[in-house]
Design a protein around this ligand. Sequence first.
Ligand code: NAD
Length: 428
Amino acid sequence: MRIAVQAESDANESRVAATPETVKALTALGAEVAVEAGAGRKSAIPDEAYAEAGAVIAQGPAAAAAGADVLLRVRRPSAAEVAGVKPGAAVIAIMDPYEHIDALQSLAGAGVSAFAMELIPRITRAQSMDVLSSQANLAGYRAIIDAAASYDRAIPMMMTAAGSVQPARIFIMGVGVAGLQAIATARRIGGVVTATDVRPATKEQVLSLGAKFIAVEDEEFAAAETAAGYAKPMSPEYQAKQAELTASHIAKQDIVVTTALIPGRAAPVLITAEMVRSMRPGSIIVDLAVERGGNCELSRPGETVVSENGVKIIGNLNVAGRVPATASFLYAKNLVSFLQPLIDPASHELAINWDDEIIKATLLTRDGALVHPNFQAPADAGVQAAPASEVAARTAEGEPGPQAPDPAGAPAKTKKARPAKDSNPAGS
Ligand code: NAD
């Protein structure tokens, strides 16, 4: 079996889908691994390191893909980039499937089985494959590092002969995977940290990290978590109370990191322009939800906006990719965890159990068709549609229908235009 790893064609993508460590793991599964020359350059992995781990270095994407049973990527490849793989080869990447049906149709037309890593279900068995978690964790860390680097003052308290420096007050809004890591990092560098969320379970997590929890804790708050562990959209009444609380708190903060998301919807706006006006000059807002519309009214994807009163609002994209070597290390391990059960230990060939719930949740295309019920081509689109019976069966088994919110936190339509090149949800 041959596994190919291509270099990422998006100039803004710094991650790579394999490391020397995972090349060894894949080789141990009985595979020959081909890595495109230069694939690891932006993650500080030279070709020689891959070669030493047992990979064949291929010159160019076509040479890497030629004859491959499996193609590993960070972002969704084009049909041209998968040309040359074996018919039915598994193409595994962060596919960013929402609003990109055309691209999925092309992959279907190329005859590959395309798997979207961001659709891995959040079940215990799949934790080691969960790219949303591995990348969000790094994004939370990096948000604090970016904030500290842009902040004109020191973060920790310092008692010096010249005078005492007060610690920075850091407020984390949204305490999921990214928010928890942001709290931990902010505490490590000496900030005085507060945090908020609408899910009651987060209160204890915040306190256990040594931060203070601030929230409107009413009846709606008590019921704000879905069975899957995500936040529900809050009522206008709750949002008004939350805004009042946020307004008084935020005026006293030096750094605010926002991470609030609701599956299948645009990110909730938690910081209004008026709240930004209440902050002191030099304060920082890092909006990790910017790719999904943003939690701050003034944030812009890929930009740092400076408000009239001198508040910097940072809207970096692909924030996990700003820690590329670590992001690649974790992403590549997620891929090995996903791929290992798909390989027969005796024959070393692909042996995919199409009925497995992880496979069903992530498989987008198979045998020339778009097969995921959430991503169906229009009837006249030219690519064979999945049989209606198969879609009905999948939906009956509890998978969300085409219009349902996505359990894995898929991007919703955003209130601001987002550049196509930076629509990677796992970088958020
Ligand atoms: P997410 O990215 O969907 O959202 C980030 C945070 O924003 C969440 O904590 C959410 O409650 C919060 N939020 C939403 N609306 C808000 C608002 N109006 N105000 C303030 N905060 C708001 O979340 P996530 O990081 O993907 O985590 C979601 C859940 O999944 C958590 O319960 C987490 O523990 C769980 N999880 C489970 C697994 C697993 O079992 N394998 C893995 C990772 C995460």
